[in-house]
Structures are given as structure tokens and as C-alpha cells.
Write a protein that binds this ligand. Structure first.
Ligand code: ADP
Ligand code: MG
Length: 704
């Protein structure tokens, strides 16, 4: 897609407003009104066959009547006129359309056909289109100044691009952002995304020098694979923050595996965003809190934070929130303490958080912040001020802004009860300084996201590892299962399939009678496990179908007969054989699994395994492409990490081996999209890489 083709939409030299209106408050009035008020730098052409003049401007009866080049046409006519208007624009050589009009896909029925026809016209003439059913677009660049959004408040100029899938939320947020001092570079409400998608805009803004940060309000992902590719690239240069609404169910998915049962809600979205470096926030409020910090503060170099406050309580709240987010509060060094003691009252606290106490003056703030900043011990500052008669909070704010800027440190403010301090400072110095929040937690939350961004960006990007595999054998195995009319692989077939991709399995064999079982056990030498196999026996231990720690020939024979007895009483089940398996001891059980997400494809899972996996729900998810870095992070992202690292004298399990198995499974499910679900539960994780062995596996194929 050519950037130039989007330029005619976002950097037009002339705009026709088709459906401009004299009626105050109508859409056609408001759009033209905003374009004029925001001082659009190009030419404006109101179009309406029923008026000669609108807003003191000559009004044209049609687009074709305009005796000049038109780059962009904004359509605010009723839906039944949209297609004719679009065709006229095409004939005129218009480069881009913004279709505000509703009445398309979103209404179903006739609307769907109408949208299809509209898109065909747009493509026929080589135009590009935002919408239909959108709230407009915005570019605040000084040489453009296009406010073609149906919102009452004018936007501030800034470096933040914002994409909204919801028109109403977009317009409301532009107004809210202005009151927070957050300025936009560009904005688009993409409506039904008939032509221009979110991905197109991410690509466009990724290359826009006026955009340093990309915000998104999303309800769905059009093309997750393109999104991943784009976002991985863009986030290396610019942060991307997203609010993803609609925690939709993943559709009707037969969840016969643990992985399927656990992959509820929108874990795929979380996984995908996480893997491509896009940071997800939970609310629109948080989105703006975080954006305000990114918009005008440098990215912190590390996670060490210094706090300066004039009140104990908020200082402690900030410190608690910092620690909870994994940020650090390095203690003040003796030299710094001596320096602070010389300038601060005797009662001040000289440790971090530095408490200047209630008598703090602007001078105290300035001196303390400068002293902290120059130590080099802190990567970011949080300045907390509860206004008192001892100072003007705006003076404190500006002193902090100057000191932090001098030191090149990011600074976030908490000005409790001083709502207008940032705005006053802006009035005095003519520019936006640092964000000021009402509460410490908001400041810490924003700082935490910045630190996270910095750390992600500095990491080496991962790569997909290619292992040697026997995909031909795997193909034959799958074909055999299909040929027998099944979609479920039995335990032994699952084991053999995984073996084609080098997944290590405990030594096992299938016995059809007690003698064969005894013989297999003899070959394995040492204690064995017997597992009932057969139709209706997929959750073996629930049915008493797993016998562990059997020793000696007689014990194994007895075990076999015991399983025969037990399985005979299970309704709708038939014992078809018994897996005789070596006993794996001294291991911690983990689960490695995969289930399919209808939109995102294979979804890998890792977590603490065993029979309680669905109770503990301590699992992590990732999507493909799955890199070595993803594997590295995935095995370390579960709550049970300390158990894997070893507690009470246990040695750490071999993480590298776990990562390798995950990568091998990722390769298998990538090569065979017909694998609908896969569970390895448990994989015995051991400190010894040669003893990290799968002991149970289930594979289900998609229905044909
Ligand atoms: P299912 O999941 O169908 O109940 P599994 O084969 O996973 O059956 O076995 C259940 C449990 O038995 C495992 O979680 C594990 O604790 C234990 N177990 C199974 N196989 C072995 C083995 N080879 N070595 C040691 N323990 C095992
Ligand atoms: Mg199991």
C-alpha cells in the first residue's frame, strides 16, 4: 500500500464537504465549522445543491461543479446518496473519501450490499476510503490543520496518533484529551473499515515523523497476522498502546483438552499483543494516563525511581505501588543524605521517598530534586505535592520540570487537589511539561508502562528455530488416523506423532495382555506405570486407569488384570490395550498444549501441569510465530516459577529443555494446521535435560 495514497486523505490540499449544511448542529454543519475554526491550510468546498452559500463560502451544487482539484471529499449525505456521490468524486479525480454516513454493513440487510457497491466504486477509481459509518479524521500538523471530526471541542496539536474503532468513543476522547493537555498528531475513526483498515494506519503512522506514540481503541482484529508483523516493527521505534474492548468468547470450540478449557476469554489477544510489543491497558482512562507520560517525557533508562514528596502518606502509597509493579526505590547514599540535610528542615526524611514535610517550599523541592537527579542513582522521578500555604503549586511544578529536564530524567507529578497546576504551567511557559496526576497509583502505573517499553525495546528480537523433523512420517500417521474414521489419536499415536518432531517421551510400549505387559516391563527394567487405553478412557486417572510404581513381573501382571477389572465397570468404555511406561521420578509436572483460536490460529500454552491444572489455572499463552525469545519468556511467566526454579533444596528444572519442547511443538502445529488440539500433560520437568520426558499426551484433529 502506497503512503502517497493515504497522503491525499491525511494531508489534503483541498477538501470538499459533500452534504455541508446551513443547519447549525447538524453533522454537515459541524464538520465544515470545525474545518474552518481549526484553520485548515488548504481550500474548502462546501457541496450542497440546496444552498448558494454556507459559512460565508460559495457552495457548489455538486462535486463536478468545483472548478479546482479536490484531494479529499467528506461525505455526510444520507446513505442512499453515498454511492452516486462517491462515483462523482471518482470521475472528478478525488483521491480519498471519508464517509461519515451510516447505513451500511452495521445495519445488515441492504446495508451490506450497499457497502459492497461503495467499495467497488472506490476501487474502480483508485480512491482510498475511511469509513463508512465513522466520525472522521484529523491531522493537526501546522501545514495541514485538518479537523474533520464531528466533535465540538478542537484538538490540541501533539505527537500522539489515535485510532478508534468506535466513532462515539473517538469523538468523546478528543475532547477529554484536550482537557488533559494531550495533543494529537493524527486521528482516525475507522468505522466499518471497508477499505482503510487499522493495519493501514499503523503502517502509515509508523512512518509519520510527527507521530511518536500510537494509541488504539479496538473492538476486533481484522488481520491478526499482518498486525503482528507490523506491530513488531513499529514498536521498536514507537510505543503502541491499546484498549481492546469486547472480551469475546472464542466462538464455539470443542474443548476436550485442558488447553482448550483454559484458553477462555481473550487470552489470544493478550498473547498476540504481548508478543509484538503492544502494551495493553484496561481502560480508556488508563490509556490516557499512560499516553500523557509517553507523550512528553523521555523513556527511562532503567527501573530505579526517586520520590520527592511533602506528605508521608502519598509517598508511601507511591512506594507501595512501585514495588508492586517491580520498580525499584534505591536508597539514598550517605553523601546525598548529607547534602539534603544541609538544605532541608531537621524533621525531613532523607531516605527514599524523600519527605520534605509540610513546610516544604518551592526552594526545598528544587534543591532536593536537583540533588537526587545528579547522583545518577535514579532513572525517573516522581514528585508529589500536596499544596500548602508554604508554596504555589505551579511554582513547585515548574521547578520540578526544570530540574528534571536539566538532568534528562523522566518526571511524573502527583498534585493532589491542585487540578489546574499543569494548565497554569502551560499558560506560563507556553508548552506542555510533565503529566500531573491526582493519585500516586496513576503516576506509578504510567511509569511502569514506560519502563516496560524501554526494557522490551532493548531486548534482542527472537527468532523462529527450525528443528529437524520427520514430517513425512507424521503425515502418514495422521492419514492413518483419518483413514480409520477418527479425529482422536490414542495415547500411543499421540506419542509417535510428537516423536516425529523430537518431543522426548518416557519409554513406553503397548501391551494387549498381561504377559506382554510383563515382558515390556522387563525390557524397561525398573518400576513402571500402567495406563488403560481405549475408547472412552481419555481421562485415565479419573477412572482409576493409571497405576504407578509397579515393580516386578508378578506386580505388572496383577496390575494389568486390575485395570481390566476396573475398566470393565466403566460405562461406555472399552479397554483396548495398556501402555506400559517407565516411571519418571524426581520431576515437577508441567503442561504444554495447543488449542485453536478461530481468528488467531494455534494458541500455545505452558503451565504447571498434572491433574490439578484446571484448578490452578497457572498457565501462559502464546501465538505463532513463536520465537526462542517467546519460549524463554513463556516458561518464566507462570506464578509457579519458584517451584520450577527449585524450593526447599530442589535443583532448578532444565528450562532450556522446556523451551526446546515448546519450540518443537510450535513447529509441529505450524506444519499441521489440522491438529485442532494438543495436550502434553504432564511433561516431567527435571534438572537433567535427558530426564525431561512427556508421559501423557492427547491429540485431536479437526473434523474434515
Ligand atoms: P490422565 O491425565 O489421563 O489422568 P496421566 O498419564 O497424565 O493420566 O497420569 C496421571 C498422573 O499420574 C500424572 O499426572 C502423574 O502424576 C502420574 N504419572 C503418569 N505417568 C507417570 C510416569 N511415567 N512416571 C511418573 N508418574 C506418572
Ligand atoms: Mg494427563
Amino acid at each position: 500500500m502506497q503512503a502517497a495514497s493515504l497522503d491525499r486523505l491525511f494531508r489534503p490540499k483541498s477538501i470538499a464537504v459533500v452534504g455541508a449544511s446551513r443547519r447549525k448542529g447538524s453533522l454537515g454543519w459541524q464538520i465544515l465549522h470545525n474545518l474552518i475554526l481549526f484553520e485548515f491550510q488548504g481550500k474548502l468546498f462546501p457541496v450542497n445543491p440546496g444552498a448558494d452559500v454556507i459559512h460565508s463560502m460559495k457552495c457548489y451544487p455538486s462535486v463536478s461543479a468545483i472548478d479546482d482539484v479536490v484531494d479529499l471529499a467528506i461525505l455526510v449525505v444520507p446513505s442512499k446518496f453515498v454511492i452516486a456521490a462517491a462515483r462523482e468524486c471518482g470521475e472528478k479525480g478525488v483521491g480519498g473519501l471519508v464517509v461519515i454516513s451510516a447505513g451500511f454493513n452495521e445495519i445488515g440487510g441492504d446495508g451490506v450490499a450497499r457497502e459492497k457497491e461503495l467499495l467497488a466504486v472506490v476501487q474502480e477509481y483508485g480512491m482510498r476510503m475511511v469509513g463508512p459509518n465513522c466520525m472522521g479524521i484529523l491531522n493537526t500538523a501546522p501545514d495541514v490543520r485538518m479537523d474533520a471530526v464531528f466533535a465540538e471541542r478542537l484538538p490540541l496539536h501533539g505527537n500522539v496518533a489515535f485510532l478508534s474503532q468506535s466513532g462515539a468513543i473517538g469523538a468523546a476522547l478528543i475532547e477529554h484529551a484536550a482537557s488533559l493537555g494531550l495533543g494529537f498528531s493524527q486521528f482516525a475513526s475507522i468505522g466499518n473499515k471497508a477499505d482503510i483498515s487499522g493495519n493501514d494506519l499503523i503502517e502509515y503512522w509508523g512512518r509519520d515523523p510527527g507521530t511518536d506514540l500510537i494509541l488504539m481503541y479496538l473492538e476486533s482484529f481484522g488481520n491478526p497476522r499482518n498486525f503482528t508483523k507490523l506491530a513488531r516493527r513499529v514498536t521498536r521505534e514507537k510505543p503502541m498502546l491499546v484498549v481492546k474492548a469486547g472480551r469475546t468468547a472464542l466462538g464455539a470450540r470443542a474443548a476436550s483438552s485442558h488447553t482448550g478449557a483454559l484458553a477462555g476469554a481473550d487470552v489470544a489477544v493478550d498473547a498476540l499483543l504481548d508478543q509484538c510489543g503492544v502494551q495493553r491497558v484496561n481502560s480508556v482512562e488508563e490509556l490516557f494516563d499512560v499516553a500523557r507520560a509517553f507523550a512528553n517525557q523521555p523513556i527511562p533508562r532503567g527501573r530505579r525511581v526517586g520520590i520527592v514528596t511533602n506528605a508521608g502518606g502519598p509517598g508511601i502509597l507511591a512506594a507501595d505501588a512501585l514495588v508492586a509493579r517491580g520498580l525499584e526505590l534505591p536508597e539514598t547514599r550517605p553523601e546525598l543524605r548529607a547534602e539534603l540535610a544541609a538544605i532541608l528542615p531537621e524533621e525531613a526524611t532523607l531516605t527514599n521517598p524523600v519527605d520534605l514535610i509540610g513546610s516544604a517550599t518551592t526552594g526545598h523541592y528544587r534543591a532536593a530534586i536537583e540533588a537526587l537527579a545528579k547522583t545518577g542513582d535514579y532513572d525517573a522521578l516522581i514528585v508529589i505535592c500536596v499544596p500548602t500555604v508554604m508554596h504555589d503549586p505551579t511554582d513547585v511544578y515548574l521547578a520540578a520540570a526544570d530540574a528534571a529536564e536539566q538532568a534528562g530524567l523522566p518526571c511524573l507529578g502527583v498534585f493532589m487537589g491542585a487540578d489546574d497546576v499543569r494548565e497554569r504551567a502551560r499558560e506560563r511557559t507556553g508548552r506542555e511539561r510533565f503529566p500531573a496526576y491526582h493519585f500516586p497509583e496513576s503516576a506509578v502505573g504510567a511509569l511502569g508502562m514506560m519502563v516496560e517499553y524501554a526494557e522490551r525495546r532493548s531486548r534482542v528480537p527472537g527468532k523462529v528455530i527450525e528443528f529437524e523433523d520427520d514430517s513425512d512420517l507424521a503425515k502418514r500417521l495422521i492419514a492413518d488416523v483419518r483413514a480409520s474414521g477418527r479425529t482422536e489419536l490414542d495415547l500411543d499415536e499421540s506419542r509417535r506423532l510428537l516423536a516425529c518432531y523430537g518431543v522426548p517421551f518416557a519409554r513406553s510400549g503397548v501391551a494387549r495382555d498381561a504377559d506382554a505387559a510383563a515382558q515390556l516391563a522387563g525390557e524397561i527394567a525398573g518400576p513402571v506405570v500402567l495406563k488403560a487405553m481405549g475408547a472412552g478412557l481419555s481421562h485415565k486417572s479419573d477412572l482409576g486407569g493409571v497405576l504407578v510404581g509397579l515393580d516386578g513381573e508378578e506386580g505388572v501382571r496383577e496390575g494389568y488384570r486390575e485395570l481390566e477389572d476396573r475398566m470393565a465397570s466403566v460405562p461406555n468404555a472399552r479397554l483396548e490395550g495398556v501402555l506400559v511406561q517407565e516411571m519418571v521420578t524426581d520431576a515437577r509436572e508441567v503442561i504444554i498444549g495447543m488449542s485453536h483460536d478461530p481468528a488467531f490460529g494455534p494458541l500455545l500454552m505452558f503451565g504447571l501441569g498434572g491433574i490439578y491444572v484446571e484448578v490452578l489455572k497457572d498457565v501462559a499463552f502464546r501465538v505463532l510465530p513463536f520465537t526462542d525469545r517467546d519460549a524463554h519468556e513463556m516458561v518464566r511467566s507462570v506464578r509457579a516459577l519458584p517451584i520450577l526454579e527449585g524450593v526447599r533444596g530442589n535443583a532448578p528444572v532444565c528450562f532450556e529443555k522446556l523451551e526446546e519442547v515448546l519450540l518443537r511443538v510450535a513447529q509441529l502445529v505450524r506444519d499441521f494446521p489440522e491438529i485442532a488440539e494438543l495436550d502434553i500433560n504432564p511433561l516431567m520437568a527435571s534438572p537433567d535435560p535427558t530426564r525431561c520426558l512427556a508421559v501423557d499426551a492427547r491429540v485431536r484433529l479437526s473434523a474434515l
